[in-house]
Write a protein that binds this ligand. Structure first.
Ligand code: KG4
Ligand code: ZN
Length: 356
């Protein structure tokens, strides 16, 4: 039985829709960033705050879920207050609350969802649960005020690699997905094999800058095939085998060359499949989203490929590539406008609706 929604929250949601400058509070706690943001009319970011846990998880070489949950619990109140203060707002200026409720680490999601539910219950404000993947896609709306669906989007993050057709602000069709590792996960794993600190993606990109991307051929047949699905675990295994074979033979290997070759194989797959998907489905625009969208090689490769194919290309500002709450507030705005409110028994879930 869904928990009945208060009359007041329905009224406030209607007021939000009719208002010329409604403010929405976004909350994000799906992995290792505790983040909050205040956004006006879905696209105008007034204030943000983020507490990153990267230095703590770095000690263990990856995210430790229990530590993540505890840290979110300790920080979430202060982060929300800081975002409100940075926006020059108080809770009484806010008209709705959006929160990431899937996918992610279940204990981490639980903190943000519980906090948002408590705030919505106490204030009588409407609550909107947002799927993190759709939040990443919405990061593009923050960067391109004129961007509207439909468009094709390639989402590459630590947990997901999806080609998604964005048919409307709340209407998505999954076109392709990874069959094994996510692109960011593969970056993190090979970086770890090289002894680079967590998160490995940005570190591997730095190392790759001085390497030769043609030195090793790590491409796999699957990523060159017809399917719109990806596979990154074969590229990762080939990388690790080259590294271990060289170590066993006592040979020196050029790590920058290996890093650059890996980056080339992954970014080629993401680029070729997503551009082909955009053309095949008749989309005029291809957008990039997710933490791996911070990778300059991928941004440039997609931009050039789109230019060649007559597609317009969008990618979020660097500050909205990795996890943030502004993108959650933005998608929350569109969910609310579509009348998709959550009830107060909203439960977090580890899986995205795109995986179900
Ligand atoms: O979207 P995100 O912040 O969290 C998830 O939703 O998973 O993505 C984090 C992922 C990590 O795997 C990280 O290594 C990767 O994005 N990443 C990068 C870069 N910056 C972040 N991968 C490659 N190059 C980068 N510059
Ligand atoms: Zn993310």
């Amino acid at each position: 039985m869904p928990v009945p929604y208060s009359e007041n929250a329905f009224k406030k949601a209607e007021e939000y829709r009719l208002s010329s400058s409604p403010l929405i509070l976004g909350i994000e706690s799906s992995c290792d960033e505790t983040a909050a943001a205040v956004v006006r009319c879905g696209r105008d970011v007034l204030g943000t705050a983020v507490h990153t846990q990267i230095p703590v998880h770095r000690l263990y070489g990856g995210v430790v879920p229990e530590i993540a949950s505890r840290s979110h619990t300790e920080r979430i109140g202060a982060v929300v207050r800081e975002a409100l203060a940075n926006a020059g707002a108080t809770l009484s200026d806010i008209s709705a609350i959006a929160v990431t409720y899937r996918p992610g680490l279940i204990g981490a999601l639980l903190v943000g969802v519980s906090y948002a539910k408590g705030l919505a219950f106490a204030s009588g404000l409407p609550l909107i649960g947002v799927d993190h993947i759709t939040g990443h896609i919405a990061a593009n709306y923050l960067t391109y005020p004129e961007l509207e669906p439909p468009f094709m989007c390639i989402v590459a993050s630590g947990g997901h690699s999806h080609i998604v057709r964005v048919d409307g602000y709340t209407d998505f069709t999954l076109i392709g997905r990874t069959r094994d590792d996510a692109a960011g996960e593969a970056f993190d794993k090979v970086a770890r094999a090289l002894g680079l600190p967590y998160p490995g993606g940005p570190e591997l990109e730095k190392l790759a800058k001085s390497g030769d991307p043609e030195a090793f051929r790590l491409h796999t047949a699957f990523n060159e095939g017809e399917s719109f699905d990806f596979s990154f675990s074969g590229i990762k295994t080939a990388f690790v085998n080259i590294l271990h074979n060289a170590e066993q033979k006592g040979e020196q290997i050029n790590k920058a060359d290996l890093a650059a070759s890996f980056q080339r194989a992954v970014t080629d797959a993401l680029t070729n499949k997503s551009v082909r998907a955009a053309k095949e489905y008749g989309c005029k625009t291809l957008a990039l989203a997710g933490g791996v969208s911070a990778n300059t090689c991928l941004r440039e490769k997609l931009e050039n490929a789109c230019k060649k194919s007559g597609l317009s290309f969008c990618r979020p500002d660097m500050k909205y590539c990795t996890d943030n709450a502004a993108m959650i507030a933005c998608q929350g705005h569109y969910e609310l406008m579509a009348g998709r409110l959550s009830t107060l028994d909203l439960d977090p879930s580890a899986a995205s609706f795109l995986q179900m």
